[in-house]
Design a binder for this molecule. Sequence first.
Ligand SMILES: CC(C)(COP(=O)(O)OP(=O)(O)OC[C@H]1O[C@@H](n2cnc3c(N)ncnc32)[C@H](O)[C@@H]1OP(=O)(O)O)[C@@H](O)C(=O)NCCC(=O)NCCS
Length: 172
Amino acid sequence: VSPARVRVRRARPADAAAIHALVADYAEQGLLLPRTEDEIRAHADHFLVATQRKKLLGCVALKPYGAALAEIRSLAVAPEARGNGLGARLLRFALAKARRSGFARVFAVTHAAEFFAQQGFTITRRHLIPEKIARDCHGCPKERTCKLIALVATVNSQRHPLTVLEECATIT
Ligand SMILES: CC(C)(COP(=O)(O)OP(=O)(O)OC[C@H]1O[C@@H](n2cnc3c(N)ncnc32)[C@H](O)[C@@H]1OP(=O)(O)O)[C@@H](O)C(=O)NCCC(=O)NCCS
């Protein structure tokens, strides 16, 4: 992998199979929530992908929760491409997409809290993101033992989501 040759672009429905394979490997290790290929294809417009010579090396999705809040999810870099700055680059592109789309804040619920903190996110309490808990956590077999950490970042400081969130860092 040569980082300079890696291109980040919006995903197309035709990328769904490769995105699914990448996410499924990490989901099996318990690092990401599983997504079906159909779900990914139907929401391909939520995803950005990193490719080199047509090979998928990474992905990230931005899922809206109303008009002001979005979730960064399914952030994954292929094992052979990790440690080259690609995860940070995908996250920066996703934050730029969030800013352009007019969201006020983004959040992530993740095992890689240090990674997100290093990129400017602030750790928050999960109950401050009730929409996420209602959608993905209720009924999950790991609900009580879950070790995932929630983090938030402001991308448009002039806008405020309806959800009450603690003050958090602004990423410019
Ligand atoms: C997390 C992940 C996306 C990072 O991608 P990456 O391309 O390897 O990361 P980068 O090379 O951009 O790393 C940027 C920095 O974060 C650090 N970092 C990378 N992964 C980390 C992790 N899991 N925890 C803490 N820090 C991490 C790196 O050491 C690097 O620090 P440096 O700039 O001081 O050297 C990748 O490891 C991955 O796909 N993990 C499995 C899936 C996952 O956990 N996704 C996140 C949940 S949404």
